[in-house]
Design a binder for this molecule. Structure first.
Ligand SMILES: Cc1ncc(COP(=O)(O)OP(=O)(O)O)c(N)n1
Ligand SMILES: Cc1nc(C(=O)O)sc1CCOP(=O)(O)O
Ligand SMILES: [Mg+2]
Length: 218
């Protein structure tokens, strides 16, 4: 069970502007430092996205992130696996189009944990905006990205589509977004973004997060 109740998690999600996905930084051994820097800079949600971990390693990395989120009053997200989200006491589970169906994840998690969906076309975005059990969705990739090889870019047209629909559910643009491209994403209508490399590969992750967060909140 997450520490917060579902109402509070959803309130924080609605206010969120900047969402970070990071791997466990196993080789660098600096996950806690990265998380503290990113969260101090203004990241609102942090997701562990690391496809190379066994469940035990994933839970250990999530413990590190959970402590950082508690220090900074931020939301903790798990990728793909409802069982891991439950065991970690995460606030958020993120599911892609090929992951377990939302009703299955809800059976494991109950109602408090927020569930997000990836979308790559207007039809998927429209569906995720109304699908039962879904709380937010992402549109992307805005640009081709080495972080998600083989996923063709949906481009900014998908951001423009989502922005034009006035969906009630929060949604985030994702994929290839960095400080240089942020203006284009915002101009296309996004108010929330997800990034990976723009923070994880930044020389100064706190400054990178602070700059992106300030522009999204302006
Ligand atoms: C916040 C957020 N948005 C999108 C994704 C991508 O999910 P998915 O399409 O399932 O791809 P993987 O990340 O699982 O490779 C995400 N993880 N988080
Ligand atoms: C994990 C992921 N999902 C995407 C989607 O479109 O659903 S794009 C993406 C990778 C984003 O990484 P970066 O910020 O380094 O480009
Ligand atoms: Mg997935």
């Amino acid at each position: 069970m997450p520490l917060l109740d579902g109402k509070e998690i959803r309130r924080k999600l609605a206010a969120a502007r900047l969402y970070l996905c990071t791997d466990a930084r196993t080789e660098r051994g600096d996950l806690a430092e990265l998380a503290d820097a990113a969260l101090a800079g203004g990241v609102d949600v942090i997701q562990l996205r690391d496809k190379n971990l066994e469940a035990k390693q994933e839970l250990a990395a999530l413990e590190v992130l959970a402590e950082a989120c508690a220090r900074h009053d931020a939301l903790l997200a798990v990728n793909d696996r409802a069982d891991i989200a439950l065991a970690a006491g995460a606030d958020v589970l993120h599911l892609g189009q090929d992951d377990v169906p939302v009703p299955w994840a809800r059976r494991v998690l109950g109602e408090d944990v927020v569930i997000g969906r990836s979308t790559h076309s207007p039809a998927q975005a429209e569906h995720a905006a109304h699908e039962a059990g879904v709380d937010y969705f992402c549109t992307g990739p805005c640009w081709p990205t080495p972080t998600k090889p083989g996923r063709p870019a949906a481009g900014l047209d998908l951001v423009r589509f989502a922005a034009g629909q006035n969906f009630e559910r929060p949604w985030f643009a994702i994929g290839g977004i960095d400080e240089a491209r942020l203006g284009d994403v915002v101009e296309a209508g996004a108010r929330r973004v997800v990034v990976v490399r723009a923070i994880t590969e930044a020389e100064d992750p706190r400054a990178a997060a602070a700059s992106i967060a300030a522009r999204l909140r302006a």
